[in-house]
Write a protein that binds this ligand. Structure first.
Ligand code: PBG
Length: 338
């Protein structure tokens, strides 16, 4: 504190200014609350499994399960009834369908498309977000095609386009590319428009960092054990803020409707800066490792689970998020409902 700041604080205090006056009661705190959290802010990710009446626990994500489509429909109804506006679907592709070239991604009858069609039919009034990236479909677990050790860019984008058109045809309302290849937003927009999907929303995972916090997700979709190396030649370096902003700017120039920052909590500085700088809807993904952190710490008795859950989600809103992809979506929505 500089000398003059201290002097001003002393003067303010003498003049009768007390910050705690406002905080005395619940109602006075409520009157000055600056942000809020509603079920409209929450997006529920769902892991889809083949078969019927199937559910599988995910050891690294306590409380989250992979669900067959019939069970996912029941959860979709519950989410809708709680006021959650959208689901983000992730397929746990059958192992024998994972190949070097990820061709299952554009099979019109793949698990993802089956889920999109069935949920759209059963619960038409909830938005469906389809993740675009090849990692659930490749034998090497990378988001793009490989040539030796290299992740190919333009060749990957060509396949991602086929994947996205396949998802749009199956009923995806929002296409969310999470692959971080260059040029994919513009290419996807052009391809979607050419095929008559000009109303499909593009939500770009624009600032996606190469993160250790994706670990449990990779277990959930079965890509983790396969993954050779890391994703640092396409995902962002956690040291870099300016590069993240350039990624966002580029995707907006290529006609992304909305942008996403990922992971969430460790990157809320990026969320705020994107919001202030570009004034577009910004979403953030509270990723699997962030969820696991809270769940495991709570299970060990280290913190109050619901308190930590709500506080973490409020932080996203305070940072400027329009919405949060979170595995807590159902529980948080219930808590908000009281
Ligand atoms: C894959 C993808 C990942 C996540 C969403 N889509 C993982 C990765 O890039 O390796 C992570 C979500 C989470 O951790 O909850 N394209």
């Amino acid at each position: 504190m500089t000398q003059s700041t201290r002097e001003r604080a002393d003067l303010d205090f003498l003049a009768g200014k007390r910050m705690r006056r406002t905080r005395q009661t619940g109602w006075s705190r409520a009157m000055v609350q600056e942000t809020d959290l509603t079920s409209r802010d929450l997006i529920l990710p769902l892991f889809i499994l083949e078969g019927e009446n199937q559910r599988e626990k995910i050891a690294t994500m306590p409380g989250v399960e992979r669900l067959s489509i019939d069970l996912a429909i029941e959860v979709a109804k519950e989410a809708r009834d709680l006021g959650i506006p959208a689901l983000a679907l992730f397929p746990c592709t059958q192992n024998d369908r994972r190949t070097e070239d990820g061709r299952e991604s554009y099979n019109p009858d793949n698990l993802m498309c089956q889920a999109l069609r069935a949920i759209k039919k059963a619960v038409p009034d909830i938005g469906l977000i389809a993740d675009v990236a090849l990692d659930p479909y490749t034998s090497h677990g990378h988001d793009g095609l490989m040539d030796g050790e290299i992740i190919l860019n333009d060749e990957s984008v060509a396949v991602l386009i086929k994947q996205a058109l396949n998802q749009a045809a199956a009923g995806a309302d929002i296409i969310a590319p999470s692959d971080m290849m260059d040029g994919r937003i513009g290419a996807l927009r052009e391809a979607l428009d050419a095929e008559g999907y000009e109303n499909v929303i593009l939500l770009s995972y624009a600032a996606k960092f190469a993160s250790a916090f994706y670990g449990p997700f990779r277990d959930a979709v079965g890509s983790g054990a396969r993954l050779k190396g890391d994703k640092k030649t396409y995902q962002l370096e956690p040291f870099n803020r300016e590069e993240a902003l350039r990624e966002v700017e580029q995707d907006l120039l290529e006609a992304a409707d909305w942008v996403m920052v990922k992971p969430g909590m460790a990157y809320l500085d990026i969320v705020r800066e994107v919001k202030d700088r570009f004034e577009v809807p910004v979403f953030a993904y509270q990723v699997s490792g962030e969820y696991a952190q809270i769940e495991f710490a709570a299970a060990a008795g280290a913190l109050d689970r619901d308190g930590a859950m709500m506080e973490s989600l409020i932080a996203f809103k305070r940072a400027g998020c329009s919405g949060i992809l979170t595995y807590f979506a159902l529980d948080a929505a219930k808590k908000i409902r009281g």
